[in-house]
Write a protein that binds this ligand. Structure first.
Ligand SMILES: Cc1ncc(COP(=O)(O)O)c(C=O)c1O
Length: 367
């Protein structure tokens, strides 16, 4: 091992120690530092800077002790806890190691019919490379001028070869939700042989209506949700699908071991997080406050932004006098990036109050 590797390993060991100290600190109610590994501020992956909640951390540390056993009982408890509030049954839920695994699984199911998938552009694309490898063609439908999801164009793009429509609500990277009635009308108009995959990773930040109540009416509707965002458990890797019994059964049959993706530790964290609604309220309030700090900073600089309802901001850097990304990186702030070709629009995740103040002052000093 050379000197650089040694230093790197020592750095990670120190960081791991600092993290485990935090995990077990009884009186720390929220994480205040999202930058525990080094002094950089990371605002690129829409991670929750406040999570996991104290309740989740305690549940995880307790669950560590029983990781010699499989997590059947706890997973079953979690599935029931996810089903009950919606008056659904356990057969309407499928667990996965993060919602991206389940977006991939639904795409795999869609690929049995081959054909095409319809998706907005830009949107969350993590699952799309796998979709193309499975032989599916993706028909990208540009957003409107106002950066809204163009449901009319998406509906017109459906043909007899369409196997799935993907919608992200609110959309990533714009943060804009689809008006509820328009969304319902759209789902109704999609032919029943076409799967509608709704990605609802960010609905909780502003109580955007979920499509879960439509499950009974539309057997082709599959909804993906995650514990990565509002609950601050991105690294724990736990998400779930909701849908009609039949489609959930078909999707579950594609998992080598149904519902066994998330570890006992992650399942315990998810269960505890569901009980801790004070933490959810805290994250919502902080996110809205810190997004407003950033949006005020953008307005002071003459930069426009979309009306985001999420834990990230989408904004136009065209009027920024310097190099936007370089200015942030010179100030050890990572994460601003573009999602559209040849576009000046960028996305930045919302961090803590201190972080967003640092972002704004760096941008102002660099302008
Ligand atoms: C819209 C959207 N869906 C899904 C995911 C994936 O989340 P998970 O961590 O549950 O895989 C993300 C992550 O950023 C996302 O932005």
């Amino acid at each position: 091992m050379n000197r650089r590797q040694l230093i790197k390993q020592a750095g990670f060991a120190t960081a791991a120690f600092a993290m485990s100290r935090d995990l077990f600190a009884a009186n720390t109610s929220v994480f205040t530092q999202s930058t525990f590994i080094d002094e950089w501020i990371y605002l690129g992956s829409n991670e929750n800077p406040h999570g996991p909640s104290k309740a989740a951390r305690e549940a995880m540390s307790k669950a560590l002790l029983s990781t010699n056993r499989y997590q059947w009982k706890e997973s079953a408890k979690l599935i029931s806890a996810l089903a009950q509030p919606h008056r659904l049954t356990d057969k309407n839920i499928l667990l996965g190691a993060g919602s991206s695994e389940l977006l991939g699984l639904t795409t795999l199911f869609a690929s049995f019919k081959k054909g095409n998938i319809i998706a907005p552009d830009p949107t969350f694309r993590l699952w799309t490379t796998a979709a193309q490898h499975m032989g599916l063609q993706i028909k990208w439908i540009p957003l409107t001028e106002e950066k809204d999801t163009d449901l009319t164009a998406m509906h017109s793009a459906i043909d007899s070869d369409t196997s799935m429509v993907y919608l992200c609500n609110p959309n990533n990277p714009t943060g804009i939700p689809i008006p509820d009635q328009e969304l319902r009308d759209f789902i109704k108009a999609v032919p029943s042989h076409v799967i509608v995959l709704m990605d609802e990773a960010y609905t909780e930040f502003e109580d955007i209506p979920s499509t879960v109540p439509l499950i009974d009416e539309f057997p082709n509707l599959v909804i993906a949700k995650t514990f990565s965002k509002i609950y601050g458990l991105a690294g724990a890797r736990i998400g779930y699908l909701l849908g009609n019994e039949k489609i959930i059964e078909s999707l579950g049959n594609l998992q080598p071991w149904q519902n066994a993706g998330p570890s006992a530790v992650s399942v315990a964290a998810a269960l505890a997080s569901l009980q801790d609604q004070d933490f959810v309220t805290y994250c919502k309030t902080e996110n809205a406050k810190n997004r407003a700090i950033y949006h005020q900073g953008l307005a002071d600089l003459g930069l426009r932004h979309t009306p985001s309802t999420t834990s990230f901001s989408y904004f136009d850097t065209a009027n920024y006098p310097g190099n936007f990304v370089a200015t942030l990186e010179q100030n050890k702030i990572m994460g601003a990036r573009s999602f559209e070709e040849n576009s000046t629009w960028m996305r930045l995740s919302i961090g803590t109050t201190e972080e967003m103040k640092q972002v704004v002052s760096a941008l102002k000093a660099g302008s």
